[in-house]
Design a protein around this ligand. Structure first.
Ligand code: NAD
Ligand code: WQD
Length: 349
């Protein structure tokens, strides 16, 4: 198949491209406008896989460019994996219009092209954020979604709904929303990992940047939750396990005999891990020390969420392999590459 990956220079998109190149015969091409990434990602992908993946620097919200500069030039596309979105929860509260514009218009323009150019398959990056503060743990795909607290979360819920409605109208088209829990870690080579522009918002890059002195403080947001050590519980899933789920989802869409035009899958390990357990895993995996302080709860955080992943295991034959220790070690190896680059070694930041 010929696959378009949107957001291919980003954290999860780049790891997914690596998995596609290494484990399939699909042809892959990317669209990324580098709003939260750098063109050098494609050098890293080439270093790891030996293959240069072509990227189009197009903003998905510009329909005419998308149509003329990508679809007219590239010819038939069999499937789209749609990662490209703005993803910072806090920023979305400050800039709701930018988030709704980018994430929803990007999706709608892609679906217009799906109609026009008869693309058969679509995989959407959704998030466990659609469950909000769920009443029961672990959450299954049947757990009712809740009104998200942030505009970012809304764009994921609306994106899912748009895709579900669209799928009903198109014979021969099938789509999947993958609800990621907390993606962490980096490629086992240590040559590709997460590098958001500006100060990271997520725990693991905060930890690795703090351990490198890039960030001055590390605060645990609350130790008074009703959990085993008082800190909040999440389901940290290795980015390479997430990446491989996309390859399996493409296979599933291509091979499925029954007609299921739209499905949703949870992508988590099924194991809940506390913030302190994450920090201890980092200390164990790297042999480094971490000084941290305990702070107040962060507004909007839920106490606990983790996945029931049986549906992805049974239907996609997905078998997540990596542990939290693997994730912390690879995240640190990636950070060490970044540290070298900062000190003038050959890797580009
Ligand atoms: P990322 O920011 O690293 O990657 C997204 C990429 O999309 C970036 O390279 C950015 O430049 C590009 N992009 C954004 N808007 C674009 C546009 N209009 N046109 C073209 N390119 C555009 O993010 P990520 O962590 O790789 O996340 C990928 C997807 O997974 C996102 O949809 C995100 O919402 C979703 N997701 C991420 C997480 C997480 O914690 N990382 C969790 C759940 C869901
Ligand atoms: C994890 C835990 C924090 C930073 C977010 C989005 C979610 C999804 C994944 C996209 C929490 C604690 C964090 C710090 C801390 N993304 N923490 N100190 O909030 O679970 O999920 O990313 O869809 O939608 O909301 O991830 O990595 O920010 O936090 O104590 O400096 O670490 O309170 O318990 P979160 P996170």
């Amino acid at each position: 198949m010929k696959i378009l990956v949107t957001g291919g220079a980003g954290y999860i998109g780049s790891h997914t491209i690596i998995d596609i190149v290494e484990n399939t015969n699909h042809e892959v091409v990317s669209i990324d406008n580098f709003s939260n990434s750098e063109p050098e990602t494609f050098e890293r992908i080439e270093q790891i896989t030996g293959k240069r993946v072509k990227n189009y620097d197009i903003d998905l919200t510009a329909y005419n460019s998308l149509k003329e500069l990508f679809f007219e030039k590239e010819g038939p596309i069999d499937g789209i994996i749609h990662f490209a979105a703005l993803k910072a929860v806090g920023e979305s509260v400050e800039k709701p219009v930018e988030y709704y514009h980018n994430n929803l218009n990007g999706m709608l323009n892609l679906l217009k092209c799906v109609q026009k150019y008869k693309v058969k398959h679509f995989i959407f990056s959704s998030s466990c954020t659609v469950y909000g503060n769920a009443d029961m743990q672990p959450v299954t795909e049947e757990t009712p979604t809740k009104l998200p607290e942030s505009p970012y979360g809304y764009t994921k819920l609306i994106g899912e709904n748009i895709l579900r409605d669209f799928s009903k109208t198109k014979a021969g088209f099938s789509a999947i929303s993958l609800r990621y829990f907390n993606p962490v870690g980096a490629h086992s080579s240590g040559l590709n990992g997460e590098l958001p522009k500006g100060r990271p918002n997520n725990l693991v890059p905060i930890v690795t940047q703090y351990a490198s002195g890039w960030i001055e403080d590390l605060t645990v947001y609350g130790d008074d939750y009703e959990t085993r050590d008082g800190t909040a519980i999440r389901d940290y899933i290795h980015v390479m396990d997430i990446a491989h789920a996309h390859v399996l989802a493409l296979e599933y869409l291509e091979n499925q005999i029954e007609s299921k035009p739209y499905e949703v899958f949870n992508l988590g390990t099924g194991i809940g891990v506390t913030v302190l357990e994450v920090l201890n895993s980092f200390i164990k995996a790297t042999g480094m020390n971490l000084d941290y302080q305990i702070g107040k709860r962060r507004s909007g955080d839920v106490a606990c969420i983790y996945a029931n992943n049986s549906k992805a295991r049974n239907s996609l034959h997905w078998d997540p392999k990596y542990t939290i220790d693997d994730a912390m070690l690879t995240a640190w190896q990636w950070q060490e590459q970044l540290n070298k680059a900062k000190h003038g070694d050959t890797v580009h930041l």
